[in-house]
Design a binder for this molecule. Sequence first.
Ligand code: ADP
Ligand code: MG
Length: 238
Amino acid sequence: MAMLELDGLTVSYGDLTAVDGVSLRVAEGELCCLLGPSGSGKSTVLRAISGFETPTGGRVLLDGVDVTDLPPNERDTSMVFQDWALFPQQSVQENVEFGLRVAGVDAAEREARARETLELVEMDGYEDSRPGQLSGGQKQRVALARSLVVDPDLLLLDEPLSSLDRRLRETMQLELKRIHDRVGTTMLYVTHDQDEAFTLGDRLGVMDGGELVQVDTPETVYDDPTDRFVESFLGTTN
Ligand code: ADP
Ligand code: MG
C-alpha cells in the first residue's frame, strides 16, 4: 500500500486551476521529487497534502486512509520550508522540541529525542545557540531536525535548499540523502532545480501548469521524456 496517494487532486482559485487532477503514489520509505518551474503548482500540492489547503476536487490518502477532510493536526505529515521558519527567540534545543511539546511529550523524552535528532543532522553541540547565530546550512539542518523529531509518516520539503549557495546546496543534498537512508522516512521533495531532483529522487514527477505530466525514475525521465514540456524543460533533444 502506498504511504501517500493523490487521486485526481485539484485545487482552484477562482478561474485559476493551480493543481489540475494530480494522481501520484509514493511508497513507504521512498524519496520522491516533484520538479517544475515556478508557478506550476508544487507548493499547492504540498499544502493540500498537509491540510493547509482545501482541494476543490480529488482525494488525499495517507497510509490508505482518506484524510482529504481532516485538519492539519490530524495528519501525520511534517513540512520543511525554504525559509527555515525557526523561532528566532528560542534556542536550537527549544526549536527542535517544539513539535514534541505540542504533542504533550514529557520533558525528559523531549530532551532525549531532540538530542538524538540533532546528532542525526550533525548539529549536536549547538543546543543552546539561537537561530541568528547559525549559518544558512546550519539553520536548514535544525529545521530538518525539528520536522524529523516528531517521526512523521510523511515529510514534505518545499524547496528547502533553494536559498543556499550552490556548493552548500550540493553538500546538503548529500546530507539529506544520508539522513533519508538512515531514518527511511517517506519524503516528497519539491524543487525547481532539475540537478537537485535528479540527484535526490528515487522517482521524479514533472509538473507543468498544475498538471503532473510524467512520473518515473530520473533515468527514464531523462532518457525518455513522454511530453514536449518535459523534453524542453530538461533541455534534452531526443
Ligand atoms: P510553485 O510552488 O510550483 O511555484 P504554487 O503552487 O505556489 O506554484 O502556485 C501555483 C499557482 O497557483 C500560481 O499561479 C500561483 O500564483 C497560484 N496560487 C497559489 N496560491 C494561491 C492563492 N492562495 N490564491 C490565489 N492563487 C494562488
Ligand atoms: Mg513553491
